[in-house]
Design a protein. Structure first.
Length: 165
């Protein structure tokens, strides 16, 4: 009887060890994925114009955001947290724009142009960093990619609707 009990215990132990290894492996993968996502963020900056506008928006992977705007001597700032759906929406906006695959990183103004806005968008998504700077399309020395202009418009609509009430 004790031999059978010992055999059963060892068989259960043999089944338990691989199961525990799989659980630990799954936990490790989940932690690594979460750790990588913790570094994700989006930064948006718009500056220029006669009045000296500066807007800055940073959205972290946890949904926390900071927005600041300065026009001349007047400054305002806000902060808050986006919903999970809003975070997904921002990520899809960037993904659908093919922003991470843009060939050019800098779009400079034509010589002699003044009073335009400059833009900067920097993202770290899934460990991939991308930063692009550009100016208003009318002031750019080269045609701007349509997908970049659409992304700019969507971000500005998001800021106007969600952050600058």
């Amino acid at each position: 009887m004790t031999e059978k009990l010992a055999t059963l215990k060892s068989q259960h132990l043999l089944l338990l060890i691989p199961t525990l290894l799989l659980v630990f492996l799954a936990a490790f993968v989940v932690l690594q994925t979460h750790k990588q996502a913790d570094g994700d963020y989006v930064e948006w900056e718009k500056s220029g114009g006669v009045a000296g506008l500066v807007e800055f928006l940073k959205i972290d992977s946890d949904g926390s955001w900071t927005f600041a705007r300065r026009v001349g001597d007047r400054s305002t700032s806000r902060s808050g947290r986006l919903t999970k759906d809003q975070l997904i929406q921002i990520r899809q906006l960037i993904s659908n724009s093919d922003f991470l695959n843009l060939e050019e990183d800098v779009f400079k103004p034509k010589a002699g142009n003044f009073d335009y806005f400059s833009y900067r968008l920097k993202t770290i998504i899934d460990g991939k960093t991308k930063q692009v700077t550009w100016v208003d399309s009318w002031a750019s020395s080269v045609p701007l990619p349509e997908k970049l202009l659409n992304l700019q418009k969507q971000i500005e609509l998001f800021i106007a609707g969600e952050l600058v009430a």
